[in-house]
Structure formats: C-alpha cells, structure tokens
Design a protein around this ligand. Structure first.
Ligand code: FE2
Length: 289
C-alpha cells in the first residue's frame, strides 16, 4: 500500500526505489513465532472462506513452512509462475514509487512484523499482511496481470489528479474484494484474508452491504480505514476484474467529475444487491460509549 504526503526521499539505508534488504537472518525467534501464530489461526479459518486462487497460492509458495518467509526463496517460484517478485520496503512508500513497482511486477512488502500484543490491529502493513495477504494471489496469472495493470493505471492517474478515485478501486478489490463462486462468496482481498475477525465479518455478518462489482460505482464509494467495511464489492470472476481495467479510464474520470460520491452505507439505483446489510455494526460503533 502507498501513502502520499512524502516530501523527502527514501529513509537512510533504503535504495532510491525505497527497497531495502529483507534481512531474513536477523528476525528473532519471537518474530517468527508471531508469524506462526497468525498463520495457524488463518490457515484453520480460511478453507471454505478464501478463494481457490488464494489457497493454491499458499501451496505454490509453500508458505506453510514455519516462520516468516525468506523473500529470496518465494521469489524463485513466484517469478516462475507470473513474473512477479516481492521486494522489502521500510513501511509505506510514496504513491509514485508504489505504482512504479507494481507496473514492473514487484510487490513492495513491509519487512517488519507486528508485536505479539498487536495480533489483531496494526496501522501500517507488516510482513504478515503484505506477504500472507497479498502474495498468494500474485501466483494467479489473471490477478497478477490485474495488479500490474493497476500500477500502470496509477502512474497515469497521478498526472490527472485522479488518485482518490483509483485508490478506491484498490481498496475494494485488492484489499477488501469478494468473489462470487458456485460454492458461494469467497474472499480474495488481502485486508480481509490477513485479518481473523474480518475474515468472518466480511462473509457472515448481516451488517455490511455486499454489492456486485461495478467500476464506476466502486470509484464513487468512500471507504473506512479504521474499522470493518460497510460495503464489500463482489466480482463474478478474476477475469471480469481484469477486463474492467481495459475500459477507457480517461472517459471514466471525466464522468466521475460530474457524479457525486455515494454514501458508504447506501444502496444506489442500479446496484446488483447480493446482501442488503443492516448496518447494525457500524451504527453501534458510531454511538458514543
Ligand atoms: Fe495491503
């Protein structure tokens, strides 16, 4: 994930493209243990919840081994499958740096891991969110193409002042996307799949809306960074998601300038409603304690 507002260059010790060495040998046994605790909890929960491409990716990269993966090891297989690799970065990186990496099939991943007292909540993406959450999907050729197209789209959107719209696409797909399958809804978004509580909430809770994916609809919808989502968007297939990026984004951006945002909890005319949420969770959280 990226963040704007950076004025200086990379921090001391980072390369001009903000990458650093992962320093795998320097992880402590306690840090490896944090990964294993998170990993075991998610791997019990995700069969029947995460999409097949994600579960296949865990197998393909052999992420079942104990401890924080060595990027050099997983990159060999990832590169062979889809031409992607994982590069270590010190934390959030500027938008342009982030898009440039994605467009060149490099996924910037946080090198650090959360503390044992932060298993459920963390502000900045760490190696568990970035590698467990994001990297398995990058073994899928269609999703891998989508992520590279997103990076190229990001570089173009920067010059047009449209990043806030494009960031919503990333949020509601790469981070919090759901996929419709014959067996029911499945998770492909990294923000869900790396969170124990949201892996349950996103599929089972009656509170959020679940709405069929539509590119313009998604780009008009704000999102929450501080709590579970109030809306999830459901793609019919990974191919449909990739195909959506082949639209003329210039025309879309021009249309968006004339169209207002849609309230985060709203069902809008034309929505393909899969679940009309009660919004009970969000309302309860909004009430002062
Ligand atoms: Fe992420």
């Amino acid at each position: 994930m990226s963040a704007d507002g950076f004025t200086a260059g990379p921090p001391p010790g980072a390369r001009p493209d903000w990458t650093i060495d992962q320093g795998w040998d320097a992880y402590t046994s306690q840090e490896h243990q944090v990964w294993m605790t998170l990993y075991e909890r998610q791997s019990k929960l995700l069969p029947g919840r995460a999409c097949d491409a994600f579960l296949r990716g865990l197998d393909a990269l052999d992420l079942h081994r104990g401890g924080i993966p060595d990027f050099n090891r997983i990159n060999e297989e990832l590169n062979r499958l889809t031409g992607w690799s994982v590069v270590a970065v010190p934390g959030l990186v500027p938008d342009e740096v982030f898009f440039e990496h994605l467009a060149n099939r490099r996924f910037p991943a946080g090198q650090f891991i959360r503390r044992p007292d932060q298993l459920d909540y963390l502000q900045e993406p760490d190696v568990f969110h970035d590698v467990f959450g994001h990297v398995p999907m990058l073994t899928d050729p269609t999703f891998a193409d989508y992520m590279a197209a997103y990076g190229e789209g990001g570089l173009k959107a920067m010059g047009r002042g449209q990043l806030h719209n494009l960031a919503r696409l990333y949020w509601y797909t790469v981070e919090f996307g759901l996929l419709q399958t014959e067996a029911g809804l499945r998770i492909y978004g990294a923000g869900i799949v790396s969170s124990h509580a949201e892996s349950i909430f996103a599929l089972d809770d009656p509170s959020p809306n679940r709405i069929g994916f539509d590119l313009e609809r998604v780009m008009r919808t704000p999102y929450r960074i501080d709590d579970f989502q109030q809306a999830y968007f459901v793609i019919p297939s990974l191919q449909a998601l990739l195909d959506a990026t082949l639209q003329d984004f210039d025309r879309l951006y021009r249309d968006l300038e004339r169209r207002p945002d849609i309230a985060i909890e709203a069902i809008a005319p034309g929505d393909a409603v899969i679940t009309r949420g009660t919004q009970a969770y969000a309302r309860a959280r909004a009430r002062p304690a």
